[in-house]
Design a protein around this ligand. Structure first.
Ligand SMILES: Nc1ncnc2c1ncn2[C@@H]1O[C@H](COP(=O)(O)OP(=O)(O)OP(=O)(O)O)[C@@H](O)[C@H]1O
Ligand SMILES: [Zn+2]
Length: 694
């Protein structure tokens, strides 16, 4: 058993520092897996045994040797969403006054006659960039050569060494200002992402012997009575004992439609109690509650990286050394080989390369974009389990739908009864209802409902035959209820019903007893959703069902789906899906109840109605919290938008950097342009990434 702990990590300066710390941690014995999600500011620690304070001290120490200003807050105690405010942290500090003094000296230096101006520039540089140089030296002793601080220090000290004092100070100044705005922008994105997920309840009001006590939701045991006041978040899943109210479930489903609840209803944590005082009995521990599951899922989404993200990470590892190498060659070769080329001239050009060699624009903005896409989706009630699935969604060419409960309501109504062999309508329905009493299949529920009366509690044996129906023994009878194939399989002759509805056949003690015609209706939004998908250019839409061909065809036609495979047994659905895999990404949309294997097999498994269904959440890659099919085109559109923004950033950042490198090599672009190519580009890329959230 491994133990996982999550922390909010604050004060990390950049994404590659995060990666470095992560690597160090993973080499520490006693750690199974450590992960730092820079975009979300979350640190996940997995250890083989429970974390002891002593070991945690070691972990903290290790992190601090790398990044001294980092702090942790455990995430498993309720924390308010990210509060860190870059303004407070970076601006209103004594340090800030030193920067101001630095800028003051810097401007003064321009009016000071040489050679005294040098000292003023140097003092300004010390005040503005001293910290960066110190960090660079410290990191250098740990072997981080291509560290951003190091590159900036070399570039600016280099500028000083060739007499370009104002440039040296200015580059450092702009670098710091740029970093500040970058922090601000990253912080802003993070905050808006974390408020999206602000469904974590802070407290639960425990009701013990008529006395109330406010406790943290983690402390509440299963079966406890809790009180939820108007305006409060429901802290744990439970059953209503008293009170009626309207719940706002928008944080869970993205749907602002309020839901009325009364005594006996199940309520999910994360919804907001809008109108009445409620008493409920909890049915889960906080760790297993709906809220905890959703948060866990979203927090872990960063672990499954999209291909583009992985590409950028490995690209950055090559890009920086190559550009730095080019800078060295640029400084050394021309003065040696070209007549009249001075070292200081080419050294100046090489410095431009050093500044531009920082990959942070991409390393920070790309994960942030993916995370923004995942956050934006979750705000709409769509949980995407990782950047890789968001990317796959964008590439989806075929969508395969399960019929019952996905395209249709999954609520059947009895249409007609066709008794045979001496049975009458009442005995046919009664027998079928008795046999279906324990089945949760939508067909079974509709039969029990149509029977209306209490089906009784007599013990008997029931066997569910997936894809066929049920076989039940009670009151000395053996009853079969299911499709035509079930009766055929059991060697019973029956007259097939001509019908465009679903038909359920009944046999008692090996004798055909008649058939029931039942019908399910399409979901209201199905037609529109299919239309929207076609408008997104997804033309291959497929329906899979265990139901009869005739029924499936009629419904598919209404929806505008032309490819239908009916009468499939559960394992045949998997086979059918497998035969569709290959060309383009294939998504499967199901309700996760009896199609988990198919969900798992698809490139992207999309489960509908995920709220409250563990099976769906487990087996799928994308969970639609309510059962609105209209969320699928929304998810795909969002995936495409994310992809667009990611590539805009890649092309923009590499393009600008490339141009500056070329111009720098020819001596046209100087330090000022180089700083824009680094921090300016990073800032613009981050701001662009934050558009995903809107
Ligand atoms: N409990 C049951 N009572 C009666 N018939 C059943 C039952 N379970 C399954 N069947 C029969 O088996 C068929 C296939 O069932 P299965 O559960 O595989 O598919 P489904 O969920 O009903 O439909 P879909 O594949 O569209 O989701 C049903 O159409 C029905 O005819
Ligand atoms: Zn940088």
């Amino acid at each position: 058993m491994s133990h996982t702990r999550k922390y909010r990590i604050e004060g990390l300066s950049c994404a590659h520092c995060a990666a470095k710390v992560e690597t160090k941690l993973n080499s520490l014995s006693g750690i199974e897996h450590a992960r730092i999600d820079f975009a979300q500011g979350i640190f996940t620690l997995q250890t083989p045994s429970p974390l002891t304070p002593a070991f945690w001290g070691e972990v903290e120490h290790l992190v601090h040797t790398q990044e001294p200003s980092v702090s942790f807050k455990p995430l498993d105690t309720p924390v308010t969403p990210l509060q860190e405010s870059p303004w407070k942290e970076h601006v209103v500090t004594p340090r800030f006054l030193l920067y101001v003094l630095g800028v003051f000296l810097f401007s003064g230096a321009f009016f000071t006659p040489a050679p005294f101006d040098f000292w003023l520039f140097l003092a300004a540089y010390g005040l503005i960039g001293g910290e960066i140089v110190a960090k660079a030296v410290r990191n250098l002793t740990k072997g981080h050569v291509f560290d951003e601080n190091f590159l900036m220090s070399i570039a600016t000290i280099g500028a000083f060494s060739i007499g370009e004092y104002p440039e040296g100070v200015a580059v450092m100044l702009f670098y710091r200002v740029g970093e500040f705005f970058q922090d601000l922008a990253v912080g802003r994105s993070r905050r808006s992402i974390s408020t999206l997920m602000d469904i974590r309840p802070d407290t639960a009001t425990l009701l013990l012997d008529g006395v109330t006590k406010s406790v943290s939701p983690q402390e509440v045991l299963i079966g406890s009575k809790i009180l939820v006041r108007v305006g409060e978040k429901i802290p744990l899943d439970g059953v209503l004992l008293e009170g009626t109210s309207t719940l706002d479930t928008s944080a869970l489903t993205g749907e602002s439609l309020p839901r009325d609840v009364g005594k006996g209803d199940t309520v999910l944590s994360g919804s907001i109690n809008q109108t009445g005082l409620l008493t409920l009995q909890t049915t889960t521990l906080f760790a297993d509650s709906t809220v905890a599951k959703i948060l866990d899922l979203v927090q872990n989404a960063g672990a499954k990286k999209a291909k583009t993200e992985q590409f950028i990470t490995s690209f950055a590892k090559i890009y920086t050394p190559v550009v730095v190498g080019a800078a060295v060659l640029l400084a050394l070769l021309p003065p040696l080989l070209l007549e009249g080329a001075t070292f200081s001239e080419w050294f100046g050009r090489a410095l431009v390369f050093l500044v531009v060699s920082c990959p942070c624009a991409l390393v920070v903005s790309i994960p942030l974009s993916f995370f923004g896409g995942i956050g934006g989706a979750s705000k709409r009630g769509i949980l995407v389990k990782g950047g890789n699935f968001l990317e796959a969604l964008k590439n989806v060419e075929t969508i395969v739908f399960d019929k019952t409960g996905t395209l249709t309501e999954g609520v059947f109504r009895l249409q007609s009864l066709h008794p045979a062999n001496g049975f009458d309508e009442a005995s046919l329905l009664g027998t079928a209802a008795q046999a279906e009493r324990h089945s949760t299949h939508p067909i079974a529920r509709s039969i029990v409902q149509a029977f209306g009366a209490d089906v009784g509690q007599e013990k008997g044996e029931v066997e569910e035959l997936a894809g066929f129906g049920v076989k039940a023994r009670f009151e000395g009878k053996e009853v079969l209820v299911g499709n035509y194939a079930l009766l055929e399989k059991e060697g019973i002759t029956a007259s097939p019903q001509e019908s465009e509805q679903s038909v359920v056949y009944v046999a008692v003690n090996g004798v055909y007893a008649g058939a029931l015609c039942i019908a399910d209706t399409l979901k209201r939004e199905s037609i529109e959703a299919i239309q929207a998908l076609k408008e997104l250019g997804i033309t291959r839409l497929v329906m899979l069902t265990g139901d009869r061909e005739e029924v499936a065809r009629v419904q598919a036609q209404k929806l505008g789906i032309t490819e239908v495979y009916a009468g499939l047994l559960p394992h045949q659905k998997v086979e059918k899906l497998e035969s569709l895999l290959g060309q383009g990404k294939v998504a499967f949309v199901g309700d996760g109840i009896n199609d988990a294997p198919v969900l798992a097999r698809a490139d992207v498994g999309i489960a509908m109605g995920g709220v409250g269904s563990d099976a769906a959440i487990e087996a799928s890659d994308v969970v639609i919290m309510d059962d609105n099919l209209g969320k699928i085109p929304i998810a795909i559109a969002l995936a495409r938008k994310t992809h667009r923004i990611v590539w805009q950033n890649i092309v923009f950042a590499l393009g600008v950097k490339g141009v500056i490198l070329v111009l720098g090599a020819f001596g046209i672009a100087g330090m000022w342009e180089a700083v824009f190519g680094d921090v300016g580009v990073a800032l613009i890329a981050i701001l662009n990434a934050s558009r995903v959230l809107r």
